[in-house]
Design a binder for this molecule. Structure first.
Ligand SMILES: NC(=O)c1ccc[n+]([C@@H]2O[C@H](COP(=O)([O-])OP(=O)(O)OC[C@H]3O[C@@H](n4cnc5c(N)ncnc54)[C@H](OP(=O)(O)O)[C@@H]3O)[C@@H](O)[C@H]2O)c1
Length: 360
C-alpha cells in the first residue's frame, strides 16, 4: 500500500517527492477554479496529509496562482517543507519573440518574475512547460545548469516534449557534465496512455521520473459526464460555458472512452470507492511514475483524491482497467511486448535487464 509520506526519489535526483503532487492550475482561476479561501484550505489539507510536492506555472491564472502560493508559503519554515515546482515557456503571452518560448532570455526573465510572485529565492524544480520546437537543446540545458549552480533552482525537468527530445537533452547534459533532467511532466491517465509508446521506456532508461498530469482527464474519469447520443451532460470544468478548449476536449472522447467509464464504474462499485479514486490508484502505480499531480476544485474533492492511495486493486481489476483503456494498437508498442521479446529476441529464454532480486 502507498501512503502520502512514502516518498519517491525524482528520477536520478535526490529530491524526495510524495506519490501525489498538488496541482494549482485551479488556484485563482475564475470560472473553473478556487478562490483564495478555498485554495488555502486545499493547500493546508494537502500538506497536513503528508504531501510535499506543489506544482504551478507562470501562466496559471496569468501569474495569480504563483502569487497566491507565495502568500500561502510566506512562512519560511513552510516554504522549506515544500518541493515547489514552476514552469516557463509562455512568457505571459508577450508579443516580444524573445519573451516567449524556451530560449535563454525568456527562461531567465520568467524565472525572476516567478521568484518575485512566489516570494522565494529558489525553485525546487524548474520545468520547460512546452517544447517550442526551435530552441537548441544545448541552450536550455546549459542555462538550466547555470541556474542550478547559481542556487536559484535545485532540479530541472521537461514537460510536453517528445521522448526523442528528452533523450537528447539528457544525453547532452550527461556528456557535458551539466545538471541532468530529473523528470518529465506529461498527460497520463486511463483516458490517455500515449506516453507508454515512447516516454515510459525513455524515462526508465535515462533516470527521469514521470510526473503525470490530468490523471482524471480533467474530470472526465470521475463519471460526472454522461453521453446521450451526440449530447454530453454534466456539470464541471469540461462543460463550462466559457471554456471552448475544454468543451472541445470533452467532444474528443470517443466510444472507447465512454466504454472505459463503464468498466471503471463497475470496479469502483466492487471496491466501494469512487471512480476518481480508482482512476488515481491506477495512475499512481504505473511504471516509471514518480508522482501524480492531482487537481481539486475544493477540499471535498481533495479529500477523496488523497484517499486514492490507501487501497489496493487486485491484479485482475488492474488487468480489466488496462484492457479497457488499452491505447489503439501501435506497432512500436507491440514490438516492445514481452511476447514478442520472448519469441524473437531472447532465443526462447527469459532475459531481463536486472536480476529478479534487484528491485526487492
Ligand atoms: N504541464 C502541463 O502542461 C499541465 C497541463 C495540465 C495540468 N497540469 C498540472 O496538473 C495538475 C492537475 O491537472 P488537472 O486539474 O487537469 O487534473 P485532473 O485530476 O485530471 O482534473 C481535476 C479536475 O477534475 C475534477 N475533480 C477532481 N477530483 C474530483 C472528484 N473527486 N470528484 C469529482 N470531480 C473531481 C475537478 O474539476 P471540476 O469540479 O471543476 O469539474 C478538478 O479541477 C494541474 O493543476 C497542473 O498543476 C500540467
Amino acid at each position: 500500500m502507498t501512503t502520502m509520506n512514502a516518498y519517491h526519489l525524482l528520477g536520478g535526483s535526490g529530491l524526495r517527492v510524495s506519490p501525489l503532487a498538488l496541482g494549482t492550475m485551479t488556484f485563482a482561476q475564475d470560472d473553473w477554479g478556487s478562490d483564495e479561501a478555498a485554495a488555502r484550505a486545499i493547500l493546508d489539507r494537502y500538506l497536513e496529509a503528508g504531501g510535499n510536492f506543489v506544482d504551478t506555472a507562470d501562466m496559471y491564472a496569468q501569474g495569480r496562482s504563483e502569487a497566491m502560493l507565495g502568500k500561502f508559503l510566506a512562512d519560511p519554515a513552510l516554504r522549506d517543507q515544500v518541493v515547489l515546482a514552476t514552469k516557463y515557456s509562455h512568457g505571459g503571452g508577450s508579443r516580444n519573440p524573445n519573451r516567449v518560448g524556451n530560449g535563454r532570455k525568456n527562461m531567465l526573465a520568467t524565472l525572476e518574475d516567478s521568484l518575485r510572485r512566489l516570494g522565494t529565492d529558489y525553485i525546487d524544480l524548474y520545468w520547460v512547460h512546452i517544447w517550442d520546437t526551435v530552441t537548441p537543446v544545448e541552450e536550455i540545458m546549459s542555462t538550466f545548469d547555470a541556474l542550478v549552480r547559481s542556487g536559484k533552482v535545485r532540479a530541472v525537468g521537461l514537460s510536453n516534449v517528445p521522448a526523442w527530445y528528452a533523450a537528447k537533452a539528457q544525453m547532452t547534459a550527461r556528456w557535458r557534465g551539466w545538471e541532468p533532467v530529473a523528470a518529465l511532466q506529461l498527460e497520463y491517465s486511463l483516458a490517455d496512455r500515449e506516453v507508454e509508446v515512447e516516454h515510459t521506456a525513455a524515462a526508465l532508461d535515462l533516470s527521469m521520473g514521470l510526473v503525470s498530469y490530468s490523471p482524471l482527464a480533467a474530470g472526465f474519469l470521475t463519471g460526472r459526464y454522461r453521453r446521450d447520443g451526440n449530447h454530453v451532460d454534466g456539470e464541471g470544468r469540461l462543460n463550462g460555458a466559457s471554456q471552448r478548449y475544454f468543451r472541445e476536449m470533452l467532444g474528443g472522447f470517443d466510444d472507447r472512452h465512454w466504454r472505459l467509464l463503464d468498466v471503471l464504474g463497475g470496479i469502483a462499485e466492487e471496491v466501494g470507492r469512487s471512480m476518481a479514486q480508482v482512476a488515481l490508484n491506477w495512475a499512481v502505480r504505473r511504471r516509471a511514475v514518480a508522482s501524480v499531480i492531482i487537481g481539486a476544485r475544493d477540499t471535498a474533492q481533495l479529500e477523496q483524491n488523497l484517499a486514492a492511495v490507501e487501497f489496493e486493486l487486485t491484479a485482475e481489476q488492474v488487468a480489466r482497467l488496462d484492457e479497457a483503456s488499452a491505447p489503439v494498437p501501435n506497432k512500436l508498442l507491440m514490438l516492445q511486448s514481452p511476447e514478442v521479446h520472448q519469441r524473437f529476441m531472447s532465443g526462447g529464454h527469459t532475459v531481463t535487464k536486472e536480476p529478479a532480486w534487484y528491485r526487492g
